[in-house]
Ligand binder design. Structure first.
Ligand code: HPA
Length: 260
């Protein structure tokens, strides 16, 4: 199992050939991803919020999920993320690959390396999202004639509430382009275990105070529905083009401490 797809809001289901749910025991509890085949590859599909979207962003078992993927042998992860736009450069309905993040989460375990036996790892985050996997997604988009932008700064908020307009103004000043609630610690944990990780942002709304109306989850879901087909094709073609080796630095990210 070299490859995994982590489906965010709107991508709770993904049709695989020969699919079945399996149970993986992790130090963080039991995780139940789907395995099957996509584009001739064995693939793990994990619905981040659960198949019925029952788990809010701050309660997702990020460590269990990422640990389970590593346990299954995964080296490359493509994730999706519903995002609001803070930037005049990113519009409703766009697909944008994240390339930086700002972390404004508050209550989540952020690392596998808790000291003691596990050691301490200050993992490098110069390039938080794997540029090699992003490049393959861009190639896939070209094959399909889809416009996918490569590069945006994502601010991760704790949620589950949406932001205040004052927060959004602050995030704009700090250089954020897109806002969501899940990419941290997911991207960090994948890096800690040496896996490549890229995330496709799906712009579902203008952020609070930019939109001329209050935000609601129904609007986000409706706009995701319109993006679903394109994203499914993009994911399928990306996995057709991905190759197993890791020529990037992701694989050696924990070399200083090792352990896992
Ligand atoms: N804020 C936070 N998370 C989100 C948003 C938003 O505006 N839209 C989709 N996920």
């Amino acid at each position: 199992m070299d490859y995994a797809l982590i489906g965010g809001t709107g991508i709770e289901h993904f049709e695989l050939t020969d699919q079945r749910v399996i149970s993986v025991e992790t130090p963080y509890g039991t995780v139940e991803p789907m395995i099957g085949k996509l584009a001739k590859h064995d693939l793990v599909f994990m619905s981040r919020h659960g198949r019925d979207h029952a788990t809010p962003p701050h309660l997702v078992n990020y460590r269990g999920n990422i640990w389970a993927l590593r346990e299954l042998g995964v080296r490359k992860i493509v994730a999706t993320a519903a995002v609001g736009s803070l930037s005049p450069n990113h519009h409703l309905g766009e697909l944008v690959l994240l390339d930086q993040f700002l972390d404004f989460t508050k209550s989540r375990p952020l690392t596998f390396y808790e000291g003691g036996q596990q050691g301490v790892l200050h993992v490098d985050m110069t390039e938080p999202y794997c540029s090699s996997v992003r490049q393959v997604i861009i190639e896939a988009a070209k094959h399909l004639g889809l416009v996918v932008k490569n590069g945006a700064c994502y601010v991760c908020t704790e949620g589950p509430r949406f932001e205040t307009p004052a927060e959004i103004r602050m995030f704009q000043l700090l250089g954020a382009d897109l806002v969501g609630m899940t990419s941290v610690p997911e991207a960090v944990l994948a890096r800690e275990l040496g896996m490549c990780y890229a995330s496709i942002g799906m712009v579902t709304n203008e952020a609070a105070g930019i939109a001329d109306h209050p935000l609601n989850h129904a609007e986000v879901m409706q706009n995701l529905k319109e993006l679903e087909m394109n994203v499914a094709q993009l994911i399928q073609t990306t996995f057709e083009l991905l190759t197993p080796g890791q020529k990037c630095l992701c694989a050696s990210a924990n070399a200083e401490v090792g352990k896992f």
